[in-house]
Design a protein around this ligand. Structure first.
Ligand code: EPU
Length: 420
């Protein structure tokens, strides 16, 4: 296993960084490709371990996969003949739940092992299952495997009790070839939902309203494929680099970004006295003297993203005064806090709120990535800390950031990847 060794406080990050395709869109679009009746090409696909795993999983189901360079993949699902994914194949991949909707939509049956708990706790899929049942599937969970079968999938109205990215996308996948019209209400509005709908529409689907809280899916018989689709830039990777630039007091041009997707972060950075300049497909972040305290609450899109909660907390540690971060999505998101405390952060967690005493002088220490975003947080802390930080469990970071260390090095960071 690898670790990062970071020598902090060398110099502010400066230069340009290019953002990869969105992980959370890619891990849904790959299974969505199984629904097609012809081949497709997916561009701007991030080269991260979650995507590599998922490509192996869909190849095991019979899909022909042709890699064209690092970030383009051709998929021909015409030979897919299995609707089963065992625990062995999916155990490392939380987002393997998208195989449920895709295989149910394709074969009217699916047997997929339940994804295990993720790095920050149990993640329920009751809303996914409620929707599959509403479409006509019989669902049972036997020996850890979700088994679903339907004579027919028939469009219906589904109201989600919680706003869920995963359930919204999974139900679109199951409904895209169902008979009649499916309406998902209280749908998630994340750009990944829009991206999956745009991918399916480019391949012949009829989905309207993605990006609002009501999505209408008119079932089609055939999804002919035959098109190329380019995945949107990764919002969390862009946000992580924006925060790293601000924390280091640097000046970084972040390219391949949709500025609207990061506007909740941009607004907070400006409130904290960080200069942010936006262009059509870039943002430039300039550390601008003292960082001001802020109160942040994470919420579903377009609110402040939960996935930027751990990284932004590092910035709050450096701000003047006491800040708060309130977690509105995941109960167990605060696990990274103990690692930051080992570096000298003064954070008190009460329920879903973290109270952060600012003006902190962080010092390098051996720490671990508790999960993907907790990992990004300790790396940013290492960049601004005094001395050497060793970050263990880098595999979590590799799940979702393409060449994180290489990109940071390109901005002047002193970070080296080594074997543990
Ligand atoms: N929820 C339920 N029942 C369900 C589904 C969700 O109660 O059936 C609850 C969850 O427990 C949570 C909330 O609803 O409290 C939101 O969960 P959601 O379903 O939106 O999360 P997800 O689809 O499993 C995606 C991202 C996460 C991101 C969340 C929230 C992917 C693969 N993952 O997860 O990303 O935190 O949305 O925005 O898209 C990450 O990238 O680091 C990551 C964890």
């Amino acid at each position: 296993m690898d670790k990062f060794v970071i020598r902090g406080r060398k110099k502010p990050l400066r230069g340009e960084v290019y953002i990869s395709g969105a992980k959370n869109a890619a891990v849904a679009i790959l299974p969505a490709a199984l629904l097609l009746d012809g081949p497709c090409k997916i561009e701007n696909i991030p080269d991260i371990s979650d995507v590599r795993l998922l490509k192996d999983i869909i190849a095991n189901l019979g899909a022909d996969i042709e890699q064209d360079g690092k970030n383009v993949v051709g998929i021909n699902p015409q030979n897919v003949n299995s609707w089963e994914a065992s625990y062995d194949t999916v155990k490392y991949m939380r987002a393997s739940y998208y195989l449920l909707g895709a295989l149910l939509g394709k074969f009217k049956k699916a047997e997929v092992a339940l994804p295990g708990g993720c790095d920050f706790g149990f993640r329920p899929i009751d809303q996914h299952i409620k929707g599959f049942e509403a479409l006509g599937a019989k669902v049972s969970i036997e020996h850890g495997i979700v088994k679903m079968a339907a004579d027919k999938l028939i469009g219906t109205q589904i109201y989600l009790d919680v706003v869920s990215v995963g359930a919204t996308i999974n139900l679109m996948l199951a409904a895209v070839k169902a008979e009649g019209t499916t309406i998902i209400e209280n749908a998630a509005k994340e750009p990944y939902v829009v991206d999956v709908a745009s991918f399916l529409n480019a391949m012949g689907a009829n989905i309207k309203g993605a990006g609002t809280d009501v999505i209408k899916i008119k079932g089609v018989d055939i999804l002919s494929g035959g098109a190329s689709y380019s995945i949107i830039p990764d919002i969390m990777e862009a946000g992580t680099f924006m925060i790293a630039a601000a924390a280091s007091g640097g000046d970084v041009m972040i390219k391949n970004v949709i500025p609207k997707h990061v506007e909740s972060l941009t607004a907070k950075l400006i409130e904290m006295n960080i200069k942010v300049v936006e262009g059509e497909d870039w943002v430039r972040v300039i550390g601008n003297g003292p960082i001001l305290k802020a109160n942040i609450k994470t919420l579903p899109y377009p609110g402040f993203p939960t996935d930027l909660h751990p990284p932004v907390t590092v910035l709050l540690c450096l701000a003047e005064g006491t800040s708060t971060i309130t977690e509105g999505v995941w109960d167990l998101r605060f696990q990274y806090v103990d690692e930051l405390k080992r570096m000298g952060a003064r954070i008190k967690v009460e329920g879903r709120m973290g109270l952060i005493e600012g003006a902190c002088s962080l010092s390098g220490a051996p720490v671990k990535a508790t999960d993907l975003r907790g990992g990004a947080a300790v790396v940013i802390a290492g960049l601004v800390a005094d001395g050497v930080t060793e970050v263990y469990n880098v595999k979590y970071i590799d799940r979702g950031y393409e060449e994180f260390d290489v990109k940071l090095k390109g901005l002047g960071a002193d970070i080296v990847r080594m074997s543990e």
